[in-house]
Design a protein around this ligand. Structure first.
Ligand code: PLP
Length: 378
């Protein structure tokens, strides 16, 4: 594999982060200890919820929440197809049915009116994804959910620190889930966090992540078949240390996004994401541009290859879920024209805390050159 000079993402690990993890290794308690309890308390305080329950990935958090809100086999769950595949996979793992809803071309989040139109008698829940850290239209989506008596899970895996009308995303639904893979705003290596204001949900997911154990205190008392989705003390120590820097990290990422915007916003060949939103704050997860309509999938892929040849990593965020081999033959209930069009044209550019202005400039210059060399329709 070619070594790329500018990677797509890179974790930001400080000396304090390293010290926090090694300190845990000098203790006898490597799981279910004080770091876990403190990480959960501090995370709940940051999001503004009463409870937080750490798990070993965003995916396992989503799965536990579906179960905790009572999604049953055969139930339908509304979800976008323009997102990471885990969102739909967990619905299938619970033997429920993902019903894909198209997204808005500007925000790339689920369109509320299409979500409302997709509700049937079998619809049990809505999974609201805050794609790329941009808050979804929570007021309209939550109103639809209330009106149609749907449970709501917020997939905030890409959106730590984003807010909507002054409130952090993840705190609106029955439960919210965050993820800490190394490409995320903060990382624990692998890891996730469930947040909720519902004590019953918190208790259930806390038990399910730990083999369905009861809170009797007896290690061998199991109330129901659960999982091992625990997060180790080392991961939690890293998460706490990273969380202390969250505001600085989010500002740094907003600065990188602003540099990209400066270079690209007047280029007719690319459509850039909106830098600021009127009713909230974006938590920049990735910087994804869309090529103009004259470019298609072949040109997009050629651009990505040209940039790689120059040592610059780019991603195809996101190939729509329903077009993945894992979903081959999946019957769509509703057409997804925006998802399909955007999915062909999007390019994620390198994006991480330490990316410098000159690197951003280099990426943009390379992108524009690659676009010039890539004849539309060719
Ligand atoms: C929208 C979304 N949902 C779920 C996940 C799953 O998180 P994890 O990789 O921690 O399982 C991700 C991770 O990239 C994500 O972006």
């Amino acid at each position: 594999m070619t070594t790329l000079r500018i990677p797509l993402s890179a974790p930001d690990i400080s000396e304090q982060d390293i010290a926090a993890v090694t300190a845990v290794l000098r203790t006898p308690q490597l799981s279910l200890g004080p770091q876990l309890a403190a990480f959960e308390t501090e995370f709940a305080a940051y999001i503004g919820t009463q409870h937080a329950v750490a798990v070993n990935s965003g995916t396992s958090g989503l799965q536990l929440c579906l179960r905790a809100i009572g999604v049953q086999p055969g139930d339908e769950v509304l979800v976008p197809s323009y997102t990471f595949i885990a969102a739909a996979n967990v619905i299938r793992h619970e033997r429920a049915l993902p019903v894909f809803v198209d997204v808005d071309a500007k925000t790339l989040n689920m369109q509320p009116e299409l979500a409302a139109a997709a509700v049937t008698k079998k619809t049990r829940a809505m999974m609201i994804v805050h794609t790329f850290g941009r808050p979804a239209a929570l007021d309209r989506l939550m109103a639809i959910a209330a009106d149609r008596r749907l449970r709501v899970i917020e997939d905030a895996c890409e959106a730590i620190g984003a807010d909507f009308k002054g409130r952090r995303v993840g705190s609106f639904g029955d439960a919210g889930i965050f993820a800490f893979y190394p490409n995320k705003q903060i990382t624990t290596g692998e890891g996730g966090m469930i947040v909720t204001n519902d004590l019953a949900i918190a208790r259930r997911v806390r038990s399910l992540r730990n083999q369905g154990r009861t809170d009797s205190g007896d290690w061998l008392d199991h109330a129901e078949p659960g999982f091992n989705y625990r997060l180790s003390e080392m991961n939690c120590a890293l998460g706490r240390s990273q969380l202390r820097r969250i505001e600085e990290i989010l500002e740094q990422r907003a600065q990188v996004a602003a540099w990209y915007d400066d270079y690209l916003r007047d280029e007719p060949q690319v459509i850039v994401p909106e830098l600021r939103i009127p009713d909230g704050r974006v938590s920049w997860f990735v910087y994804v541009v869309r090529l103009a309509d004259q470019f298609g999938r072949a040109e997009r892929d050629a651009v990505v290859q040209r940039m790689r040849a120059h040592g610059i990593a780019c991603g195809r965020y996101f190939p729509p879920i329903h077009q993945q081999p894992a979903y081959r033959g999946w019957a769509l209930r509703h057409p997804l024209p925006v998802t399909e069009s955007v999915g062909e044209r999007c390019v994620a550019l390198p994006f991480f805390n330490g990316l410098s202005q000159s690197q951003v400039h280099e990426v943009c210059a390379c992108l524009l050159e690659a676009l010039t060399m890539t004849a539309p329709g060719g």
